[in-house]
Write a protein that binds this ligand. Sequence first.
Ligand code: SF4
Length: 438
Amino acid sequence: MDKFYHIVTYGCQMNVHESEKIAGILSELGYVSCDSMEKADIVVFNTCCIRENAENHAYGNIGMLKKLKAAKRDMIIAVGGCLTQQMNKADVLHEKFPYVDIIFGTHNLNKLKDFVIEKQHRKKSIIKIDECDGSVVEGDNPLRTSYPNAWVNITYGCNNFCSYCIVPYVRGRERSRKSENILAEVKSLVDEGYKEITLLGQNVNSYANGTDDIPFYKLLEKVAAIDGKFRLRFMTSHPKDFSEELAKTIADNPKICHCLHLPVQSGSDRILNAMNRRYTTADYLRKVDILKKYVPDCAITTDLIVGFPGETDEDFEDTLNLVKKVDFSSAFTFVYSKREGTKAAEMDCQIPEEVSKKRIMQLVDLVNEQTRNHSQKFVGTTTEILCEGVDEKKGLYLGRNEYGRMAYFKSDKDVVGQFLNVKVESANGVSLYGEVVK
Ligand code: SF4
């Protein structure tokens, strides 16, 4: 009889890919994916602690499993991801939710198989939170769920210590995979038929820093030189490490999408300094100019935080002005989330919630207007998309163009995984609507 697993993922793309690795481990143990916790024999929460609401969401969901676990004693509940790696959080979790069977840290993921086997034979909970030992584990066997897209880690951890960010504390110092391993993985994914490869790291631009391996732009060149028709994306790029060589590499290699995520976070130099971002708005704008010089049609997306401690009305105005200057293709906007253990959490002048709320609404209005304008520019044009799947609610196929815009269209046959030309007839927010043309 089949045994089932269900994974609940919080947070970013990195975590989505990590859940694919968890799925790979569980399938090696004979478990099969299912879409509900009620049916599952093992439920894994792959948590995120970057923002408070993701953390609270995870707590809420774990709490809801208490009744189910009481009724289904053999069910295994495991909690991993960066929430568990925060100082003392594993103990807090164990105390709050004693029915959780396995609590594992970000550096213990590759041992999950052993933990599950051990748990099948013992009553006591397993709690294993190790510190980062600086090694890079190879040989993952992820069960990929996002065909035709595939994610490939190139770095883990981060050395930047932005003052608001918990990542360096829960993911460890930056370490890079060997370029030969990355190239072999991408080659085999392309051979398997994947059509879009995204290289992942907290700061891909500092790939291989301090080692004798090739720098990031060279890695991109080599990946782009792999035979076959596929697209290449990467994220995230820290602006301080964005270089002219990288802009040239994007321009010179047609497989690399003309779409760059370059998180600016704030338009105020005072706040950027307090955030420890290590660039000024002038540096950022200079890099945007370099990018536009080599790749004039590049869609630039960003992340923005409002309500960082000490942010004044003037600082916020500076952010609005920078957003107007750059004219982002789209942006993720966040209210600052206080994370215990970070420098910013100890700063005076935390901003009242109502002030942050007002600012975020103003910022979202501006960003939405820019997004709509960028989408409108596609109306009447034909754009190549890679079909990713079906939107069941809309009853339409969907696929992204190289600039990251999602297009929706009808098709009589299954076209998932195909490159198609879509003539765009209308646009709504970040979405385009059109029909397939030859
Ligand atoms: S670059 Fe800054 S924001 Fe990004 S993961 Fe590293 S510390 Fe966090």
